[in-house]
Design a protein around this ligand. Structure first.
Ligand code: ATP
Length: 315
């Protein structure tokens, strides 16, 4: 239906593909979890940070909507209507009234159910890829609106960088700081943790006591980011979900301990876990901390990463 667009039209051009989009994982430098709202979401006050652990989605023109994949989770992750990539493509098609036809292929590196928002990252990639393939020409803000209906982290993964997230995480404000590269070690666990289960555990641990002591805003974290000193940043990293993740997976305490023993500036559970992330002073130090964690044998694999990274982008 959009094939009739000519070169003189103002309409965005349809792309015949392939369109390749790279999207980062996220960690939360600060994750303040507030009360459970009537709509079933917890109020969040979080600082998102995109790191150099990437999934890649390729979109080609097709007669139906199909998804194939390789890498992390292949053979485990459902590729049907439940996959966030298919849901994102369909939501974009519905919003823009085009047929949801594409052949999509995912190369996955971000571990499943790891607290790194891999599913949301893939949905963000699908929105960018299909928007270009179909020539629907939505702005990043419009794509974020479509994404927010599917997952709270999707607007951030379209945006990338380091940003404050409020509401249930979907309302994004960029954090303006002088460009600084932070060095991380990502300790990937065997197996995942279900995000809803971690939130349920947190509610149970809080046991109706309100307000919880741990709830804080992100002001300290944001001022630490501006100081560009890993020791200063390390001192204020925090995650209200960490006690719940540790209660469900006590062995994560061994990972945090091993990271500290390997010399990390600081360590914390990433989002809902079970991935743990550690701050290092520079790339060489990050390599040493990763080697220490790998030698301790407390996680599936420890890898180095940098941040902040841009959000989902065509490559
Ligand atoms: P979050 O912290 O955003 O809750 P997470 O990193 O803990 O996410 P994800 O890997 O994003 O976990 O996915 C959680 C669940 O979402 C998976 O177990 C899977 O059932 C479902 N899912 C749907 N589509 C995808 C996808 N493309 N990639 C990963 N998971 C997906």
């Amino acid at each position: 239906m959009t094939e009739a667009w000519g070169p003189d039209d103002d309409e965005p051009r349809r792309h015949h593909g392939p369109v390749r989009v790279r999207v980062p994982a996220k960690i939360n430098l600060h994750l303040g979890v507030g009360p459970l709202r009537a709509d079933g979401f917890h109020e969040l006050n979080t600082v998102y940070h995109a790191i150099s652990l990437f999934d890649e989605l390729t979109a080609r023109a097709g007669d139906t909507l199909t998804l194939t994949m390789e890498g992390e989770g292949a053979g485990t992750l459902a590729l049907d209507e439940t996959n966030l990539i298919i849901r994102a493509a369909k939501a974009l098609a519905a919003r823009t009234r085009v047929p949801a036809y594409a052949r999509l292929h995912l190369r996955k590196t971000i571990p499943l159910a790891g607290g790194l928002a891999g599913g949301s990252a893939d949905a963000a990639a699908a929105l960018i890829a299909c928007d270009l393939l179909w020539g629907t020409g939505l702005s990043r803000e419009e794509l974020a609106e479509v994404g927010a209906t599917l997952g709270s982290d999707i607007p951030f993964l379209l945006h990338g960088g380091t940003a404050l997230g409020t509401g249930h995480g979907e309302a994004i404000s960029p954090i303006l700081a002088r460009p600084t590269t932070w060095h991380w070690v990502v300790a990937v666990a065997d197996g995942g943790l279900s995000t809803p289960e971690v939130y349920r555990k947190l509610d149970e641990l809080r046991d109706g006591s309100w307000p919880p002591k741990a709830l804080g805003d992100a002001d300290e974290l944001m001022s630490a980011l501006r100081q560009r000193d890993p020791e200063v940043l390390g001192a204020v990293l925090g995650n209200d979900l960490q006690p719940a993740a540790l209660a469900l997976r006590p062995e994560l305490a061994d990972v945090l301990k091993a990271g500290a023993e390997a010399g990390a500036v600081a360590g914390l559970v990433s989002g809902s876990g079970p991935t743990c992330v550690f701050l290092a002073t520079d790339a060489t130090h990050a390599g040493q901390v990763a080697a220490g964690l790998n030698a301790a044998g407390v996680c599936r694999e420890a890898v180095t990463a940098r941040g902040p990274m841009p959000g989902a982008r065509v490559i």
